[in-house]
Design a protein around this ligand. Structure first.
Ligand code: FES
Ligand code: FES
Length: 156
């Protein structure tokens, strides 16, 4: 069976139906922005958006993604520049080694779509599935709040 997935607006195909979506993205299609750490759904490093739902790509079979749309961190920025969440992570100093960052950015974007102005406590609770080994989380929470402030200010 050929698995066909639209990733960041571009169609990708592969015969590897028995692997995970994470393996398709990284090993078959060279999209290395999505990170692989635990492969057990515990760390959030492999977070991507599948249609409109955030998933851990390591827990999604290739066949489950067939015919669907995936957004990875490579699809966040545009020709106009970084995505507002990415820019906020830079400006708030929320990146150290960067290993968790792509998953964090996808998770933060998903949170802000659902809750445009979250409190710091809500950010911590909603993003509890994304682990960071470096930052102590304070700057990550600051970054999400900064992105929320900027997005809200633009809409006033
Ligand atoms: S690599 Fe998928 S959740 Fe850790
Ligand atoms: S910045 Fe290193 S794991 Fe989060």
């Amino acid at each position: 069976m050929t698995v066909s997935v639209t990733v960041n607006g571009k169609l990708f195909e592969d015969e590897s139906e028995s692997v995970s979506l994470l393996a398709l993205l990284r090993d078959r299609w060279g999209l290395l922005g999505t990170k692989n750490a635990c492969e057990e759904g515990e760390c959030g490093s492999c977070t991507v958006r599948l249609d409109d739902v955030l998933v851990n790509a390591c827990l999604v079979l290739a066949t489950q993604a067939d015919g669907r749309e995936v957004t990875t961190v490579e699809g966040m920025a545009t020709d106009a520049g970084l995505h507002p969440v990415q820019q906020a992570f830079v400006d708030a100093g929320a990146v150290q080694c960067g290993f968790c960052t792509s998953g964090m950015v996808l998770a933060a974007d998903d949170l802000l779509r659902r809750v445009p102005c979250p409190t710091a406590a809500e950010v911590r609770a909603e993003m509890a599935g994304n682990l960071c080994r470096c930052t102590g989380y304070r700057h990550i929470v600051d970054a999400v709040c900064l992105a929320a402030e900027r997005t809200t200010a633009e809409q006033v």
